[in-house]
Structure formats: C-alpha cells, structure tokens
Design a protein around this ligand. Structure first.
Ligand code: AMP
Length: 284
C-alpha cells in the first residue's frame, strides 16, 4: 500500500492509472473498525484499485471538544488497510486540503436536505462535509465512492453532490451498517464507551427494531412516541436529539396517511460521553 500526504502526488499517480484501471474510493476519518473495512472490501470487489483517505476534517465539527477528542489509531489503521489490500492511502495534512485556511464555503445546493436532522443539530456540519468530499472527488476522480448507510443523510448529500459535479462520472454506492452482536452500530466514537455502556447502548437499535416491527400496526405519531418512550426508559441516554420517521429520499417528516413504502427511521442520542446516531430503512 502506497501512502500519499500530498494531493499533487496522488493526483499524478492516479492520472496515469485511471486510463486503464477502475478506481474505488473510501473516505474516512480513521479509527477504523469493521464497518469501514466492509466499505474497503466492497470497493476492492468492484474495482481494480482502491484509494482510502483518512482525514479528520476540522470544518465538519461544530463542537471543538468532539474534534479534539476524536480517536486516532493511525498505526492500526494502516495495518488493517494493508491486510485488506487497499492500494493507496491518502493521509493529507490540514494545509494540503485547505491551502488558503479553513473554509467551508461552496456553491452546491441541496434543496433543504442539508438543513434537516444532522444539519439542524450540527450547524455547518454538512458544509464541511461537502467541502472536503468535493475536494477529494476532484483529486481522486473515482469510478465509485463508497459511503456507509450508518450516515444515511450524508450518503444522500454525497449522492446529490455528485449529481452537481459534471466533471465526475462517479457512482455513489451505499453499504450496509456494520453492527456489534447486540445491534449497536459500529462507530469510531464507540471507543469512548465502556463494555457496560456498549451493552446499554443496544437500546438505540431496539428502538429502530420496534418501529420496524410495528410499522403496519400503528400511526407514524404512535410509532415515534413508542420509540421515544423506549429510549427514555434507558439510564444510558441523557438526551434524545431526534427520533424521526422520514421519507427515505427527501428526509421529509412523514405524516399519518403518508405511504409506508419508503420509510427511514433516524435517531440521534447523547449519552453522558458520546453522541450516537443510527437509522434503519423500514422497507428493506
Ligand atoms: P467516518 O470515519 O465516521 O467518517 O466514516 C467513514 C465512512 O464509513 C462513512 O461512509 C460512514 O458512513 C462509514 N461507516 C461508519 N460506520 C459504519 C458502520 N457501522 N457500518 C458501515 N459503514 C460505516
């Protein structure tokens, strides 16, 4: 696996290879777990070359403590990527991505998608995501980019972003959520949880299973109330930021009487240590 710290070098290497090899790209913030590795595995299966980036993007953090405390396990990450057979690892510095200083201004538009859920709870978050992913995409020009369903809204945003970048011919591939045995969605932030806390955090998955199970027996309002009641019964959860049943294409809140064909349930909670998000497509 070849490691690049500079976008110019990565771009030059890929320029030649791109004419006869397909390129799969997996952007990450590191502290890799089985979920990330499943994206790399899928990218390997579907492409000749796999590029992985590890970059903790400062402009997408609305909370300085979250940025400062974001876990970093770079040596283990490199070893895991070598083992799975990633070809190129792009490990840029902040200056390499933001040569003119930290700035998340961009000219893309998202028709309100960026204002919902995570966009509402974390102001500026998606501007940072769009800025960094559009920069990566211009450097790598991949045939496919691999995104986890874990960050479902982010997947929809990147899909909408790619549609606004005519210089690209890139497929946006959504990969399933990798979970712990008890259902807890894998996340780099889980590294901050004790064994006991991870056990208790399964209530998040249970709230999603609850609405999936009862989808056709209750109204959207009733389902949401039931899930919130379940989450509220847990000592692990300090605050429920949102639990919503949404149209899986637009993320608009569903009202009673709306179709139950394309429903995604999205949840964000705060425990006393970390903020956790999860979701479930209820028709799959
Ligand atoms: P992150 O390092 O958190 O920015 O995540 C990098 C990519 O891995 C994103 O596309 C995430 O959606 C994806 N990802 C994170 N956790 C999981 C998971 N548990 N299962 C599948 N994909 C994941």
């Amino acid at each position: 696996m070849k490691i690049f710290n500079s976008q110019i070098e990565l771009n030059q290497t890929l320029k030649h290879l791109r004419s006869y090899k397909s390129i799969g790209f997996v952007p990450t913030m590191g502290a890799l777990h089985t979920g990330h590795i499943s994206l790399v595995q899928r990218a390997k299966e579907e492409n000749d070359l796999v590029v992985v980036s590890i970059f903790v993007n400062p402009t997408q953090f609305d909370n300085q403590d979250d940025l400062t405390n974001y876990p970093s396990t770079i040596e283990e990450d490199e070893a895991a990527l070598r083992e799975i057979g990633a070809d190129f690892l792009y490990l840029p510095s902040v200056e390499d991505i933001y040569p003119n200083g930290l700035d998340s201004k961009h000219n893309y538009s998202f028709n309100g998608l960026d204002q919902r859920l995570e966009g509402k709870m974390r102001p500026g978050h998606f501007d940072g995501v769009v800025k960094v992913v559009s920069t990566f995409l211009k450097i790598v020009l991949p045939d496919s980019i691999y995104m986890g369903q874990k960050d479902y809204q982010q997947y929809l945003m990147i899909d909408a972003l790619v549609n606004q970048m005519p210089e690209l011919d890139t497929a946006v591939v959504m990969c399933p959520i990798a979970r712990e045995e008890n259902g807890l969605a894998m996340s780099s932030r889980n590294k901050h949880l004790s064994v006991e806390e991870k056990r208790e955090a399964k209530i998040i998955f249970e709230s999603l299973e609850f609405v999936k199970k009862h989808l056709h027996q209750d109204t959207f309002v009733g389902l949401r109330e039931g899930a919130i009641k379940l989450l509220s019964s847990s000592n692990f959860i300090q605050e429920i930021e949102y639990f919503e049943l949404l149209d899986s294409n637009t993320l608009e809140v569903l009202k009673d009487g709306d179709s139950k064909e394309n429903v995604v349930a999205c949840v964000a909670v705060q425990s006393n240590k970390v903020r956790l998000i999860d979701n479930m497509l209820l028709f799959s």
